[in-house]
Design a protein. Structure first.
Length: 598
């Protein structure tokens, strides 16, 4: 992002706070005028004292009067400047805080509208996205603060000081003005030399955040395999690369800071020499007071330049970090497509017509898949891991867009359906469901925020979760994160019950449950299945055999379909899976035990 583009975005960001900008700029102008008072007063005071000193008889009363006036003006100016600077910084900081708040809300809201493909694309991992958002918001809000609290006041003060210098003496003004472009040029060279390093630091910090997140999420696996040293070395390698870049960048920054400080001192010396020379030759308008006058005004010119590198650092950080932020905020290509079709009644009849689909990482998951999923029936998707079963489910819920072919729902292309409306009528229970930081009741009500407490209790009973929740210290007000994996799975199932959707999609819904819990949940699910479209993915043959129709997938293709018993008798892939499942359950031995019991 160029500096001009950054400033353009900053002006757009602060547009809703025009009144704050107006107050800040007005106070800035007043503060800049007050900053010149010391030089003007010192000029007049030195000349007045010099005149008194040259008189044969020193008039102490006159000298006292001069000192009282100077003291009163300077102290009054300081009081007024303190008040002005307080309100200028307060309103400027208020603007920064409000900008930071709104940017965070906007980018998170916008990111939630992105397609699932965006989140599975390399470079958009959770840790990297969090780093991009956090650093982008921080650097952009800091740039807003630097622009209105630092840059505008300092430049205004410098310009006013230069104008006063030129009004007093053109030659001295030219000397001061000559230093400015040289200083700017050195700052520009500094920024260009440090550009690559800053970009590397940004990318490296994202990698560090992602590594830390991976360690936290995988802590169980790391501990079980005693791989903490491996993870330490991996993180150390990434962190060392960032550290080396940071140190190199700092070295360059300090070098150029020293050069600019030396340049500033050269300017001060030149101003002193020139003004002293003009006084010695009795140049019109040049007095001893004017020496101090020009030196102090040049200090007002050089002070902003002295801080320019720090401000430029903030702006350049904003150029680097806000680029990723505004890519998220202004990204249109990644926004989830939606239609405007939302009928009063959703029957739930899906038709997949020659569907091909490829994930963002280039893996083609489906090849010419066609199937019909009818309402009021249970359709099971069967196949080995990686066959494409979950991919079909993701497409039915519009998480992804097909490469070719089409998916119809109730005779209308899924692309024309209002996405939010569709998902309001779909109940999705995944093998791994997310539990939010909140109470058990809040997590169950996630399926229907308008639900009452009685609705939550009823849903918990259907999911056979009620008794376990009531054993917790605070019941439904207990933290859901304290639940076991199986209990959290029941929370997800309770969400589906409380949502009461027209279409139910179950992707290994009882994978984390024990046998008794699985039987209980199966009974509850059987009850809610009636009159709805039900799609189930499961390796549990007890759930598969209850299906009205099954589709067997292998390597992204439908290889068999029909009623479970008919497909089994065909002796194909489904029979292999069924028999393998029976053997893994030791079904023969179980049958013998049951027969002995009888």
């Amino acid at each position: 992002m160029s500096l001009g583009s950054l400033i353009y975005h900053i002006l757009l960001i602060v547009k809703p706070y025009r009144w704050l900008v107006g107050i800040t700029l007005t106070l800035t102008l007043v503060g800049s005028l007050l900053a010149q008072v010391n030089a003007i007063v010192l000029d007049r005071a030195v000349d007045a004292i010099n005149i008194l000193h040259q008189q044969p008889n020193l008039m102490w009363s006159s000298a006292l009067r001069v000192l009282i006036i100077v003291s009163a003006v300077l102290l009054g100016k300081e009081v007024l400047a303190a008040v002005v600077n307080f309100f200028r910084r307060y309103y400027g900081e208020r603007m920064r805080i409000l900008v930071s708040r709104n940017l965070t809300l906007q980018v998170v809201h916008h990111v939630q509208s992105f397609r699932m493909a965006f989140f599975t694309t390399s470079g958009n991992e959770a840790g990297r996205l969090q780093s991009r958002i956090d650093k982008g918001v921080l650097s952009t809000s800091r740039a807003v603060n630097s622009f209105f609290i630092d840059i505008v006041p300092l430049l205004t003060s410098a310009i006013l000081a230069l104008i006063l210098m030129f009004m007093a003496n053109v030659y001295v003004g030219m000397v001061a003005l000559a230093i400015v472009p040289v200083y700017f040029y050195i700052t520009y060279i500094q920024a260009e030399r440090m550009r690559a390093g800053r970009r590397g630091i940004f990318d490296g910090q994202q990698a560090v955040s992602q590594n830390i997140l991976n360690i936290i999420e995988s802590i169980g696996v790391i501990k079980s395999f005693n791989r903490d040293e491996v993870e330490d070395r991996r993180l150390e390698g990434v962190q060392d690369a960032v550290t080396n870049l940071q140190l190199s960048t700092r070295r360059q920054s300090y070098f150029y800071t020293g050069v600019k400080g030396f340049l500033e001192q050269i300017g001060t010396v030149l101003v002193i020499i020139l003004t002293a020379y003009l006084v010695l030759i009795d140049y019109p308008g040049m007095t001893i007071g004017k020496i101090m006058y020009h030196v102090m005004l040049f200090a007002n010119v050089s002070a902003p330049i002295r801080q320019l590198h720090r401000i430029y650092d903030d702006l350049y950080d904003a150029q680097v970090y806000s680029e990723g932020l505004f890519e998220l905020l202004e990204g249109k290509d990644d926004v989830e497509e939606t239609g405007d079709y939302h009928p009063d009644d959703v029957k739930g009849c899906f038709e997949l017509q020659h569907v091909d689909f490829t994930y963002p990482n280039g893996v083609k998951a489906l090849h010419d898949v066609s199937m019909r999923i009818e309402p009021g029936r249970i359709t099971a998707l069967v196949g080995m891991s990686g066959a494409g079963k979950s991919t079909v489910v993701n497409l039915l819920d519009k998480f992804y867009k097909v490469d070719s072919g089409d998916i119809m729902l109730d005779g209308t292309s899924l692309s024309q359906w209002d996405t939010r409306w569709l998902r309001d009528h779909v109940g999705l229970v995944m093998q791994k469901n997310h539990i939010f930081d909140g109470t058990v009741e809040e997590n169950i009500k996630y399926g229907n925020p308008q639900a009452t407490h009685d609705d939550v209790v009823e849903a918990a009973r259907k999911a056979f979760l009620y008794d376990q929740v009531m054993q917790l210290p605070k019941g439904f007000e207990s933290s859901a994160l304290r639940l076991s994996g199986g209990q959290q799975q029941r929370v997800a199932i309770a969400r589906m019950f409380i949502k009461n959707p027209s279409i139910i999609i179950l992707d290994e819904p009882t994978a984390s449950l024990d046998a008794i819990a699985t039987e209980q949940i199966k009974s509850s699910i059987d009850a809610i299945k009636q009159g709805r479209t039900v799609i189930i993915i499961s390796h549990n043959i007890g759930q598969i055999v209850d299906a009205d129709i099954i589709y067997v997938l292998e390597q992204g293709r439908v290889v068999e379909c029909g009623k479970p018993d008919d497909v089994y008798r065909q002796g194909g892939r489904y029979k292999e899976i069924f028999d393998a499942s029976a053997r893994s359950m030791n079904a023969d031995r179980i049958a013998d035990v049951l027969s002995e019991e009888v």
